[in-house]
Write a protein that binds this ligand. Structure first.
Ligand SMILES: [Zn+2]
Length: 318
């Protein structure tokens, strides 16, 4: 049985076709052009949504999504793939860290969105209703932001729906990144999808404004591995590599607008109580000493000297 024509807003793709174009939303009264690929396979199968650029300067994720949209061949595809490479369009042009310049909100904290809210709420609402709810599976690609270094990891959201969580966990394992985190952080895109019963994962690689080929490849290959796992691509199910499962992702946050001096590097193994860094004022007085809350590994580290009150500066996976 062949797929039916895929229509998303103003874009359509017939079975066996790939369409690239923009859906133009009206956000806070202004046009907001969401560029995307609709890849409609020649063979029947499920619908997978792949997004990136929720955080607009996480370039390895955006490069991987662009490559996916450019190279995916509908003739060998079973099912449909929707690829949205830059969700935070307004942030991309100004190289915004974390937030949308339209309203100062983190797009990955406002899902499933609100049509009556501010710009980010409206974008999330459109994506949730028009892309996520039309999909059977969801992969959201991320990485370290402009000021962040990280060890690649994949996250699944524990939604409480047993079957959704089981499928999400299998997708995360097969993606092929060594560290796997089970999270309960609400408001993010993949969490909203999982709560709606759509198996979802978030994968992170790269950071600090660069997109090394190995980080782009790990995200790009991971999407292919999940598609083979879901029988959307030929080649058979990939082997599931050994992974380290982390049930606690411990975020440490700055209590001051000040200067951040890390004492460890990303990837370092740390022990409970170890000093991880200090926040100081201009004269070097220590305002806050960060100590490790557990034995584990530093998976995420802010690398800018500037730190803002409330921002995370380090995360330990335990
Ligand atoms: Zn991100």
């Amino acid at each position: 049985m062949a797929n039916e024509t895929l229509t998303i807003g103003s874009l359509t793709a017939k079975p066996g076709e790939k369409t690239f174009g923009s859906n133009v939303l009206t956000v806070s009264g202004q046009p907001y052009r969401l560029a995307m690929w609709l890849v409609n396979g020649a063979h029947d199968g499920p619908t997978l949504l792949v997004t990136a650029g929720v955080h607009a300067a996480e370039y390895a994720s955006i490069a991987a999504a662009l490559d996916l949209g450019r190279t995916l061949d509908p003739k060998t595809l079973a099912g449909r793939v929707i690829v949205l490479p830059v969700m935070n369009v307004a942030g991309f042009g100004v190289r915004s860290i974390y937030i949308s310049p339209l309203d100062g909100k983190n797009l990955n904290r406002v899902f499933p969105g609100d049509a009556g809210g501010t710009a980010s709420d409206q974008v999330a609402d459109w994506v949730f209703k028009n892309l996520m709810k039309r999909s059977n599976y969801y992969i959201d690609l991320h990485g370290g932001d402009l000021i962040e270094a990280l060890v690649p990891f994949t996250i699944m959201f524990r939604s409480g729906h047993d079957e959704t969580d089981r499928v999400s966990f299998d997708m995360a394992k097969v993606f092929g990144i060594h560290y796997l985190v089970r999270s309960e952080t609400p408001g993010s895109a993949y969490a909203a999808a999982a709560k709606a019963g759509i198996p979802s994962i978030l994968a992170e690689a790269g950071g600090q404004g660069i997109w090394p080929p190995e980080d782009v490849a790990s995200l790009r290959t991971g999407v292919d591995r999940v598609m083979r796992h879901l029988k959307m691509l030929p080649g058979g199910a990939p082997e599931t590599p050994a992974c380290t499962l982390l049930d606690r992702f411990l975020w440490l946050r700055s209590e001051h607008d000040a200067f951040w001096y890390p004492a460890v590097g990303v990837g370092d193994k740390v022990t409970s109580g170890q000093v991880l860094g200090r926040v100081t004022d201009h004269e070097g007085r220590v305002l806050q000493t960060a100590t490790s809350p557990a034995d584990g590994s530093v998976l995420f580290l802010v690398t800018s000297l500037a730190i803002n009150k409330g921002d995370p500066f380090l995360a330990v996976g335990a």
